[in-house]
Design a binder for this molecule. Structure first.
Ligand code: HC1
Ligand code: SF4
Length: 561
């Protein structure tokens, strides 16, 4: 076996790509601001420096481990060095922590505390008020950037977008868009993953809470909430509840206490999506046209396809996302109910794990009577902030059920929140009555798990359906290239922009590489516990198709084209 010596103790080397991973395995939390194992190593921040036997100083993230190597992680020189790096960063950093969106969640702030920094010896420089708030999803404040490049690598290496990059040199170096354009005018798809990985407040998620509070406090507005599948297994992280715990019932009662008039589950909308999308697939299979059918529910993927693959748009489903389908149903019902009464305004609020949903609600296709169908889309983290602001002790809140008449969702609708979930739900639908006895078999077809690309084959009539599931836009791009080169052929392709699906959306707490197994287990457990497993057996959707969605209303309200 190979060993290296860390602070005098032998530690085995077991395939780690750098000594930082060996050090962390030994239980030492070496600080870094720019190292994520899923991204390429940049070695910019130098916080992870260690000292070799001969006094040589090296960045542990970019040094491969060698057998017999001796290093120290905490010497007087290293302490001095780390403090100096932090001071230099802070001298070029806007330090208005109390009003920063990332206060208490900032790695630079955390390290300044951890290393006992009480003063910065250098004059503050290059602070100005250039900000970019052009995007509906993210905010950029270059004054808080520490040039770690995490966002740049995330945007290009995982999402294949490259909307942001380094510009200029030396002390003038910054992360910006091409020609310094507002980010909304670039090819950014609003996935928010740059904000999720940013260690400071340089890129943050747009805060949309004040207009929502205004509506909640307005007696003439009926505020209706819908909660996305993935939110329920992540919000608990913000309140010290064990990871992956399903806190749906607590969310419902918290929303009521904060003034929401009606509360529903977006998974009910997902049941409508399954029915509409599966029928679209069946129709295309019969005609043999526009295959594979690509899913359309992820707005960052939809935007990516529009910008980079206009030739594919006939293959992308015409279905609105579950959020927009349900929003249209809720607005239509409100309009019917309001007839002949003193009109109150009904506003639908979506609580989502996603930042791109903030962009989706402003798209022209998703208007109802000339206004956005969804008035506000807030993230899981924003919901946590609302709960804190309202002074609710979330840990102690007793769970409640969602409202009728739409308060039933199938397990198939709930698992939309994890990669492969849409596919699993659609397979259950196309298999019809047979699916009920084969739920476990379907779950073992390869739909579950966190691989970036999953391939599934299921029997359908006298043939086989060939399905691909991708998450992460780089993985989607690779798949599209293979399809277009004729190397692979599919009938159905599920795409989610965030690796792992919505459970790892940028609006969730702790998204980067963490909590995915617990959250996906939370989703599958909700499915196992649900009375209704198949979207086609949801009595709520049955009722809707018989009444509110009767005739051509279904297409009109549930499809964007
Ligand atoms: Fe998703 Fe969807 S699953 S896109 O990931 O289709 O955001 O959770 O709400 O609309 O249902 C997100 C999650 C969500 C939609 C559904
Ligand atoms: Fe890139 Fe997504 Fe950030 Fe836009 S939101 S800059 S696409 S990582």
């Amino acid at each position: 076996k190979k060993f290296m010596i860390i602070d005098g103790l032998p530690v085995a080397i077991e395939g780690e790509k750098n000594i930082l991973d060996v050090i962390r395995k030994a239980g030492i939390d070496l600080p870094t601001l720019c190292y994520y194992s899923a991204l390429s190593t940049y070695g910019a921040c130098r916080m992870c420096v260690v000292e070799g036997k001969n006094g040589d100083i090296m960045a542990s993230c970019s040094t491969p481990p060698r057998s017999g190597m001796e290093i120290k992680t905490n010497t007087p020189r290293l302490q001095k060095y780390r403090k100096m790096i932090l001071e230099l960063m802070l001298s070029d950093h806007c330090r208005e922590c109390t009003t920063c969106e990332k206060n208490f969640d900032c790695k630079l702030q955390e390290l300044a505390q951890r290393f006992g920094l009480k003063d910065v010896r250098f004059d503050q420089y290059s602070i100005d008020d250039t900000r970019d708030d052009s995007s509906p999803a993210i905010m950029r404040n270059p004054n808080k950037c520490i040039i770690c490049g995490d966002c740049v690598r995330m945007c290009s290496e995982i999402q294949n977008v490259g909307a942001i990059d380094f510009a200029y040199r030396g002390s003038k170096m910054e992360v910006t868009t091409a020609f310094n354009m507002p980010i909304s005018e670039t090819n950014c798809v609003n996935c928010g993953q740059c904000a999720a990985i940013c260690p400071t407040g340089a890129i943050t998620i747009k805060n949309d809470l004040q207009p929502l509070w205004n509506d909640l406090h307005d007696n003439d507005t009926i505020v209706v909430a819908q909660i996305a599948p993935a939110v329920r297994v992540a919000l608990g992280d913000e309140f010290g509840i064990p990871r992956g715990t399903n806190v749906m019932g607590k969310i419902v009662s918290a929303l009521r206490r904060m003034g929401f008039d009606e509360v529903y589950d977006t998974a009910t909308g997902a049941d409508l999506t399954v029915i509409e999308e599966a029928n679209e697939l069946i129709g295309r299979l019969e005609k043999g046209e526009n295959l594979p059918l690509f899913t359309s529910c992820c707005p960052a993927w939809f935007r990516y396809a529009e910008i980079n693959h206009p030739e594919l748009m006939d293959n992308v489903s015409s279905c609105k996302s579950p959020m927009e389908m349900f929003g249209s149903v809720l607005k239509e019902r409100a309009k019917l109910n309001e007839k002949g009464k003193k009109p109150k305004k009904t506003k639908v609020v979506a609580i989502m794990p996603c930042t791109a949903k903030k962009y989706e609600i402003h798209r022209e296709e998703f208007q109802y009577d000339g206004e956005p169908t969804i008035a506000h889309s807030i993230t899981t983290i924003e919901l946590a902030n609302m709960i804190r602001e309202a002074g609710l002790r979330f840990e102690d809140i007793l769970p409640e059920a969602v409202d009728m008449p739409f308060g039933i969702a199938s397990g198939a609708g709930v698992i939309f929140g994890v990669t492969g979930g849409v596919t699993e739900a659609v397979i259950r639908y196309v298999m019809g009555d047979e699916a009920r006895d084969h739920l476990a078999d379907i779950s073992f077809t390869g739909v579950r798990g966190f691989e970036g690309l999953k391939e599934v084959k299921v029997p359908y009539k006298d043939r086989e359906l060939s399905i691909a599931i991708v998450s992460g836009l780089k993985n989607a791009e690779k798949l599209i290239q293979a399809i277009q080169a004729g190397e692979v052929q599919y009938d159905f392709v599920e795409v989610m922009a965030c690796e792992g699906g919505c459970i790892a959306g940028a609006g969730q707490p702790f998204v980067i590489g963490r909590a995915k197994p617990e959250r996906s287990e939370g989703m599958y457990q909700a499915d196992r516990m649900s009375n209704v497993k198949l979207s086609a057996e949801n009595p709520v959707t049955d009722g809707l198709y018989a009444n509110l969605l009767a005739g051509d209303k279904a297409h009109h309200l549930l499809h964007y084209k």
